[in-house]
Design a protein around this ligand. Sequence first.
Ligand code: SAH
Length: 349
Amino acid sequence: MQHLLDPSSWKSLTGWFAERGQPAFRAAQIRKWIFEGRAESFQGMSDLPKSLRDELAAGYQLWTSKVVRHLQSADGTEKLLLELSDGGRIECVLLRDGERRSICISTQVGCAMGCVFCASGLDGVDRNLTGGEIVEQMLLLQRLLPARERLSHIVVMGMGEPLANLENLLPALDEASAEDGLGISHRRITISTVGLPKQLQRLCDLNTRYHLAVSLHAPNDALRNQIVPVNKNIGLREIIHAADRYFEVSGRRLTFEYVLLAGVNDQLRHAHELAALLRSRQALLNVIPYNPVAGLPYKTPSPAAVHKFRDILVAAGINVKFRQRKGDEINAACGQLRRSEPALSQIDS
Ligand code: SAH
């Protein structure tokens, strides 16, 4: 059965209505129910004829994922563990920050990039998510909000490498930004990537206007090769060049992300080298002190080490921000999303 939330379904739906002698505005009615009305089923779409609701339910599937776990943290963060129709599992997160209501969504079941400090890639990748599965995460997270609240931001920073699934991601983000979709401005949607130059070039060619974040994590290739293994085939120069091109084409200020791992990439020489790399760029540097992942040997640097690192960058004129840790109490912080929960004893430790 066709998944109605898949962005490709809407075209065929128009024909489907025509075949049944139904007016074309039915599709718009349904979109309103789904994106604004937060309808849970076709039956709830009360301005459609009853017989049409039954036919829709027989011809189209609205939901394909099941919420198998819903966790809430004292800081307002909520995390959903979803089971997909083939049994695959992913996680996605709702974050509250002042007026902001951001969601962090996944693009793949697992991840092939192998970053040594991240939970999402521990078991490699199974498959890309479909466009419908990506839209479904947005809607399931939206439903966690009271009716008067709207989603304001999307970060594509969940499980997976978004640029490895552009084909399905971009149509899903179109639904997020469409007026008759979630209506979230392009500027409030961020795609975070490990840095795949060819795919970045494709984004440039498509002239997308999304905000781009590039996960750097090391100021030189020797170190980056160790902690971000895909770097071996690419190299920092090429990535930064591709990111610069994206900035030229999109006009959006770039963000670089840097996970701070104690004793690995948090030394003063790393800060100096990073400052030299970014000095000539109008970029924002987002530093993320490591969020612990059960089973991995890395450590979060001490506050004093973090301050020293920051002082060097600030003194060099780099625009640096520290990402506030959110949702770590429920393993919903950056890098902690995975296919299944680790044993409870591991969470508690
Ligand atoms: N694959 C994409 C998006 C997913 S990760 C990317 O690499 O950008 C989103 C961000 O969280 C990335 O910057 C990632 O490096 C970071 N991250 C991964 N594991 C982390 C951890 N344990 N602690 C803090 N940040 C982490």
